[in-house]
Each structure stands twice: as C-alpha cells, then as structure tokens.
Design a protein around this ligand. Sequence first.
Ligand code: NAD
Length: 256
Amino acid sequence: MSNRLIGKVIVITGSTQGIGKTIAHFCAKEGAYVVVNGRNSETGKAAAKEIETMYGTKAVFIHADVSTEAACRELIEKTIAYFGRIDGLVNNAGIFPRGTILETEEPDFDAIFAVNMKGAFFCSKYAIQEMLKTGGGSIVQIGSTNAYKGAKELVAYSCSKGAMLTLNRSIAAHYAKDGIRSNWVTVGWVASKGEIELHESMGISEAQLKERAKTAVPTGEMQTEEDIAHGVMYLLSDESKQVTGTELDINGGLGL
Ligand code: NAD
C-alpha cells in the first residue's frame, strides 16, 4: 500500500470498533484525513487520537447516531467545517439483531432500518450534496450476503441491506456523470467485536463461532476485517475511477 488516498477526506460511519475501525486505520495508512464516527465520545476520541499517533495524519471524531436525517446532516456539515471537503464516505454503521419474520416486532424493525438503511441513505444524500461542489467522490456501502439470501433468522436485517443495495445502484446510475461513484462490498462473515458479542449472548464462544464457519464458508474460514478493508481501499481510491455500481463479494464464496 502506498498513499492511495493522500489528501482525501474520508468519513467512515460506525468506526469506533469492528470492520469500520479497521477501515479507518487503512484509510489513514493510505494518507487520508479520517473522520471517525460513532455514538460513544470517549471511545471515539481515543480511536481518532490513536490513528493520528500511528499514522501521522489528521483524524477527528464526530459524534452522530446516524439513525436520523438530522444527525447524518450534522455529521457531514461538521466534516466540512473541519476539513472543508469530503471525498469518500463509507456507510458501515450497522446493527444486526436476530429474528425470523414471525419473531420480529415493529421497534426492532424500525431500529434496524433506521441505522442500516436510513443512515446510509441520508449520509449519502449530504455527502453527494458536497461532492457535487468539488467534482466528485466515492461512496462505499458495506453490504451483506444476506441482502441476496434473506436469511431466515435475520430477516429485517437482510431486508435493510437489500434496500441499501438498491441505494447503491441508484446513486451509481444517476451520479456517475458528476464524478460520484457508489459501490457495494458484500461482506460474508467476520468475527468483529459486534459479531462475537452477538454470539456470546447466545452462548456461542468465539472459538465455536470460528469452528462453525469452517463448514459454512466455502473457503473454510471467516473473513478478517482486513480482508474487507483491502477491498474498500480499492473502491475509495482513484484506481477504481471507472468502477461504479459494482458489488464486490468479499465473502469466501458464501453467496454461491
Ligand atoms: P460491530 O458491531 O463490531 O460494528 C458496528 C459499528 O456500527 C459499531 O462501531 C457501532 O457502534 C456502530 N453503530 C451502530 N449503530 C450506530 C448508529 N446508530 N450510529 C453510528 N454508529 C452506529 O459490527 P461489524 O461486524 O464491524 O459491522 C460493520 C458492518 O458490517 C455493518 O454494516 C454490518 O451489517 C456489516 N456486516 C458484518 C458482517 C459480519 O459478519 N461481522 C457480515 C455482513 C455485514
């Protein structure tokens, strides 16, 4: 890797832990100015400081719960106030409570759609507004194989990611002429902090989770956060300047 994002301002939603945090580190390593986002100011400020110390770039934490339009607008407005522009947005913030269609009730449905879909929609809206002024940018939607399969035990989550997939195609189709690209990464199965905690709450240890993945994932193992971040770097960088509306599967063949 070598400065593929030098001088670019990149916002990563939900980047105080998990896949988002690793993406934020990769962006900084590639020379970007980084906006770390999340809901916990203490963790977020520490995460931004760690990035500045490790990579010598500028990183700022912006507190925002991306489940409302107002918060998404504020996130982008504060980014502009701090850095003056936005070149990349990674819609990574996500929640994944489990439930079949028979078990899912409205509060859970609304919460899942508010973060996963509404958040991606309105962060994209305000980012596009700014990118139009500066000649373009790159948006990456962190998706899931469940968008295609509609997992029985994660049905509302799957539907929210399916809507995000449509958002990806819509932005790609309508803003390519403005230099704004949108691409989707199909994440397979990653032992992120959130995924480990979810399984532990069901009595499944991290070791058991990884053992299950050996049979479930065609490549025989889970993806790492770094596997996902490598693909995101390509999509944020100018190396992919002719790539838009694509769906990059980083899922060990899970979707096949
Ligand atoms: P994680 O729980 O470790 O991280 C999710 C992050 O999103 C956290 O930092 C959390 O604080 C943040 N977040 C949640 N709600 C938010 C809100 N309202 N506002 C701002 N931030 C918020 O989980 P992860 O596995 O790293 O998930 C990252 C993304 O990857 C999600 O979109 C998830 O759907 C997707 N994904 C993960 C897997 C997997 O196997 N881990 C598989 C497919 C897709």
